[in-house]
Design a protein around this ligand. Structure first.
Ligand code: ATP
Length: 427
């Protein structure tokens, strides 16, 4: 691109992934540190940095399988070297590389984002790929990769650069000062409730009954993360919150969180693959059953196959909805196939409900419910002695508590980062 001064503008994309461990750090914090260092050197990124959530079933993820990318417009080659130096030195120095499973990867890419890169990103969201595949693809598109240890992070870094956001949300992440990392977070819960009251549904995933969803429960440097539809509403929400500890800094990320980007609509159950996430229709084969631990299971079928579907214990009240299904109900499931081959339900839409019949003993002419008179002997009344030797049980159609064409979803506390909450469903 040519500027009015005649300089040539180069777009440099930076992707970073796999820098943290359960003992600390967060790739969003590392990216924030880098962006602030770039600013100190008078280099600003273009637009928002992006937090891209990838396949929720990726084996080596620390928590939410997120990778970061940002874009810089540069008119001088000298700055390209400086950007690379700042990015690489910070990833090298701040990543939790002592942890066996932390294998950082950084990708630099100059040029236009093309369809192949977009498709690669979708592949990383929908399936599992190898480091070699990612490396081969980087070579094909002329991206520069930097691997630390095994360098698994290049898989996510490349995907974060190429991902196209047809739908998106934002997350404002506030970070704690170093001295407080690992200590209890001092967030005023009442202020979170007030913030939710004033900004929901433009912000969402804030609270779940008594559970403060904006507060992570891990050792990472994040104080809180507020999710919402625009950067403006996130700043309003931040100003409502009261915290009793200093905030080191905050960053607003543009993200694919809560967009259902991981779900592929599929027309046959047998086409679903392990580690893929889908929207699929089918019929309930058997009434759901609960196993030890409180997990609820049932089987779903169509003309081509059958799969076990589950609402696990952390989905709390959602399990009660699933338990109300009966054989013959037609439903649409949203969710993914885990390592055991079970479909993990995130949302359900009731397409049609089967009639639920129960059979009751007949009522006597005196009004009392009759009891059995013995095998094949009909019914008798304990009150007045009346007998019905040929009587049969009466079929009664019970009201169903589920509603056709309605959607039901897992609660905020159990929601996947990529899962679109119903409050966003018409967007
Ligand atoms: P956090 O959310 O706390 O930043 P995380 O949950 O994102 O951490 P990472 O530490 O980034 O986890 O580790 C995930 C690893 O899995 C990265 O190396 C990433 O490149 C890789 N990965 C992501 N998606 C896939 C995929 N579809 N197939 C194979 N590997 C993947």
């Amino acid at each position: 691109m040519n500027t009015s001064k005649g300089d040539y503008i180069i777009f440099l994309y930076v992707g970073i992934d796999d820098t943290d461990s359960e003992d600390g750090m967060c790739t969003t914090y590392l990216a924030t540190t880098i962006i602030n260092k770039l600013k100190e050197n008078k280099i600003n990124i273009t637009g928002f940095p992006r937090l891209i959530r990838l396949n929720p079933f990726a084996r080596f993820k620390t928590r939410g399988n997120g990778a970061i990318s940002f874009k810089i417009a540069i008119s001088n080659n000298h700055y390209i070297d400086l950007v690379k130096k700042i990015v690489l030195s910070n990833v090298e120095n701040l990543s939790m590389t002592d942890c066996e499973n932390t294998n950082p990867g950084v990708v630099f890419y100059q040029g236009k984002i093309n369809k192949r890169m977009e498709n690669y990103s979708l592949k990383v969201i929908h399936s599992i790929i190898t480091i070699e595949e990612a490396e081969e693809f980087a070579n094909e598109i002329g991206a520069e990769i930097h691997k630390f240890k095994k360098g698994r992070g290049i898989i996510g870094s490349l995907a974060a650069i190429g991902c196209q956001l047809k739908d998106h949300t934002y997350e404002l992440i506030a970070y704690r000062i170093k001295e407080n990392h690992g200590t209890k977070r001092a967030i005023d819960c009442n202020s979170v409730i007030l913030m939710n009251k004033k900004t929901y549904p433009k912000t969402f995933e804030n609270i779940d009954n008594d559970y403060i969803a904006i507060e992570p429960k891990t050792l990472c440097p994040v104080l809180y993360g507020i999710r919402g539809e625009s950067s403006e509403i996130l700043k309003v929400a931040k100003d409502i919150l009261n915290v009793d500890e200093p905030i080191d800094c905050f960053t607003i990320f543009k993200t694919n969180q809560h967009t259902d980007m991981h779900l592929k609509k599929i027309d046959r159950i047998d086409k679903m693959e392990k580690y893929g996430s889908y929207i699929v229709n089918g019929m309930v084969v058997d009434s759901p059953h609960v196993i030890t631990g409180g997990h609820v299971f049932f089987r779903l079928s169509d003309d081509f196959g059958e799969i076990e579907a589950a609402a696990y214990e952390p989905t709390k009240g959602f399990r009660k909805i699933i338990n109300k299904l009966i054989k013959g109900d037609q439903v649409q499931l949203f969710g993914g196939v885990g390592c055991g081959g079970t479909f993990n339900i995130e949302k359900i839409r009731i397409l049609s409900l089967n009639k639920k019949q129960i059979f009751k003993n007949p009522k006597c002419i005196c009004g009392k419910t009759m009891t059995s008179a013995g095998f094949k002997k009909g019914f008798k009344c304990r009150k007045c002695g009346f007998k019905l030797p040929d009587g049969e049980k009466i079929a009664i159609v019970e009201d169903r508590e589920l509603v056709e064409n309605s959607y039901y979803e897992t609660p905020t506390s159990a929601r996947r980062h990529l899962s679109k909450p119903l409050i966003r469903i018409n967007k």
